[in-house]
Design a protein around this ligand. Sequence first.
Ligand code: GDP
Length: 316
Amino acid sequence: MFDSLSDRLTGALKDLRGKGKLSDADIDRTAREIRLALLEADVSLPVVRGFIAGIKQRAKGAEVSGALNPAQQVVKIVNEELIEILGGETRRVQFAKKPPTIIMLAGLQGAGKTTLAGKLGNWLKQQGHTPLLVACDLQRPGAVSQLQIVGERAGVPVFAPHPGTGIGGENLPAENGWVPLGVSSGDPVAVARAGIDEAVAQHYDVVVIDTAGRLGIDEELMRQAADIREATNPDEVLFVVDAMIGQDAVSTAESFQAGVGFTGVVLTKLDGDARGGAALSVRQVTGRPIMFASSGEKLEDFDVFHPDRMASRILG
Ligand code: GDP
């Protein structure tokens, strides 16, 4: 996704190579090229401004260190500033002292929440946890059975309302790994609560709550997600955002932050060929860390987000 940004940044920094000493004009020219590269990649303007100001200030004031030539020093500064806008340290999941840990997923329809629930379940299992996925997207027809399918694929049980009771009226087969609620329910808050009770009773140590999204922001969506958050008091609320949606990623993040609130961000579809820079702005704009990245439809196309590794990838 960041190939073109990576090429442009490498190009901008390459011009500095071989120079014994960098003048302010060299730094200004490089900063201008970096600025263009970031804007072209769709990184949001205030983030770019702060980034460029930081680089200029540090590059112009940099002491010439023995080990690095001036060009290498600028590369180092750009790398460090990039890590900074991506969040600095890797942010790990905060597990509850007393299980179950509750992780709620929120985001627009199509962002990749249900797919992520399976990936997260798979990842949690690999970490030695015993997750339970809870189907609270009762809006989108087929969402419950989709969660059931990803749960089966990941070998993680799914807690869902009774067959045929989704708002979409789907008639769900009760198959392996699916824990029916036993009561009819179209109420996502009730399903979330019952899912947590089930986790306590059966000693699952992490509950992943999949919630409904809409194609665009709307009040009802926000209220429903906020109600689920209030009723379940999650340890983590992950805002799931499609990195391909450009600047909308930033505005959607701001709306969710105001309407629901979240503790971390998951970037999805990083395998796409869109410019993706907007998603890189989400950390800076919302102040919430990017915690995971998803880069494909398979269970394994998923990892903890490491700002330093992403910065190195972008700098090529
Ligand atoms: P939800 O509405 O938020 O639950 O989104 P879904 O999990 O149903 O995902 C929407 C579509 O995006 C599905 O077709 C997924 O297979 C696809 N998808 C999810 N994550 C990724 C990803 O990281 N990369 C790609 N290429 N596709 C993804």
